[in-house]
Design a protein around this ligand. Structure first.
Ligand code: MN
Length: 235
């Protein structure tokens, strides 16, 4: 037996301070999980968590230095969303929040890059969000740090600068639904598996970037992530 076409490469995220790789299974994202961001998007800030996903091969791992994200097609309003990312290390179904930490392998800093114009249109028409959220290179991510090294991340500054100017500046303690509660909710809808990542939502201050902009963000206790918006890909 043989594959009839080349098998796609396994998506991976490097582990900080080592040559190890974390193989990625699925990539879940939480919508509107900081109150001030929910408000800036026109919502009350108090609603049950909801989820969407990005394909594993939409990740753009940036272990160190500056990653380059090509400016994506079909948008003129590319937004940054800095987020704490949680990596799942074991199978989990119907996990109680109190038991969630045992499912966490580690953490990273991520950017949930969003074609806001396409997402807005999809919302208005009651359509799925994929065209706004799940495009190639839409999920830059730092190296992963094992929870064994960080301890549980329940608070800590989360921030993003564009060209040196602060755009987002909040604290992980302001998550509407905590990491443990997110795992509880998600694991009711999906069986979580080793290799899953969860982008946990972004604080207020989302805004557009253009080609040439340099985004630098971080989560205290986890790390930093630096990405430059490059020219669009050409055939
Ligand atoms: Mn997001």
């Amino acid at each position: 037996m043989a594959y009839v076409i080349p098998a796609p490469p396994q998506a991976v995220v490097p582990v900080a301070g080592s040559t190890d790789l974390f193989p990625v299974h699925r990539n879940y994202c939480v919508g509107r999980n900081y109150e001030e961001h929910a408000k800036e998007m026109g919502f009350s800030g108090r609603e049950p968590p909801f989820f969407f996903a990005k394909p594993a091969d939409a990740l753009l791992p940036v272990a160190d230095g500056t990653g380059v994200m090509p400016y994506p097609p079909a948008t003129s309003n590319l937004h940054h969303e800095i987020e704490l990312v949680v990596a799942i290390g074991r199978r989990a179904r119907n996990v109680a929040a109190a038991d969630a930490p045992a499912c966490i392998w580690g953490y990273a800093v991520g950017l949930d890059m969003t074609r806001r114009d396409l997402q807005g249109e999809a919302k208005k028409l009651g359509r799925p969000w994929e065209v706004g959220k799940a495009f190639d290179f839409s999920a830059p991510i730092s190296a992963l740090v094992p929870i064994a090294r960080t301890g549980e991340i329940k608070s800590g500054r989360i921030w993003l600068k564009v060209n040196g100017q602060t755009r987002q500046d909040s604290d992980v303690s302001k998550l509407i639904w905590s990491v443990n509660e997110i795992i509880e909710h998600l694991s009711r809808f999906f069986e979580l598996a080793p290799g899953d990542l969860v982008f946990t939502g972004t604080p207020e201050g989302v805004a557009a970037v253009v080609e040439g902009d340099v985004l630098e963000g971080g989560v205290d206790g986890v790390g930093t992530l630096r990405v430059r918006i490059g020219p669009p890909e050409v055939d």
